[in-house]
Design a protein around this ligand. Structure first.
Ligand code: COA
Length: 162
């Protein structure tokens, strides 16, 4: 059984993240997408909202071997608890590399048995991140085709009630 963890802030999940999840689900027996509770960021969506949005997106795509969780503390500790031997990270462009390289090596230092695997999302998503989605939605632009339907709805709700 190869178990992989795909960690992130997911504030909110985008189609770029979902693309990575789909690719990972074809490579590993189980993929656990996990929302970081205590990242250095101040998220717009609560942990529960982010978990629910990922669950809806996975359901919409009918991906079977993926579950969703959240974690606080050290990522490798969570991975060990889940008996995972792989961490998945997405690489969109060269600009992601330095940060990802540093994180992968630090995680390897913490636990040499856990390997980071990088996957590239489809090139049509390489310019996406969660902040740009939040900004466009806040300014009433269209995020259609860029985020799952549940996220579109949630963003609309968030910004029309404000
Ligand atoms: N498609 C679209 N956007 C993507 C993406 C993809 N395929 N891959 C990454 N992104 C975006 C994210 O939306 C995010 O954008 P934002 O900054 O606008 O929010 C950005 O790229 C990077 O975010 P993410 O992949 O979620 O990573 P992160 O840097 O927020 O999270 C953790 C990093 C949570 C995995 C890391 O901090 C961690 O492991 N923390 C736990 C504590 C720990 O163990 N620390 C030691 C680590 S060495």
């Amino acid at each position: 059984m190869k178990i992989a963890i795909y960690p992130g802030t997911f504030d909110p999940i985008t189609n770029g993240h979902l693309d990575i999840i789909q690719r990972a689900s074809l490579l590993f027996d189980t993929v656990i997408v996990t929302v970081a509770v205590n990242s250095s960021k101040t998220p717009m969506f609560s942990t529960e909202e982010r978990v629910d949005l990922i669950r809806s997106a996975i359901k919409e795509k009918k991906i079977k071997n993926v579950s969703v969780d959240s974690f606080s503390g050290l990522l490798v500790t969570f991975a060990r608890k889940k008996k995972a031997s792989v961490l998945i990270r997405g690489l969109r462009a060269v600009s992601d590399f330095e940060y990802e390289f540093q994180m992968a090596l630090m995680n390897r230092k913490q636990d040499p048995k856990i390997t980071t695997v990088f996957l590239m999302p489809h090139e049509k998503y390489t310019y996406l991140n969660s902040s740009i989605i939040r900004e466009v939605a806040r300014l009433d632009g269209s995020v259609r085709d860029l985020v799952p339907v549940a996220v579109q709805k949630k963003l609309k709700e968030k910004f029309t009630t404000k």
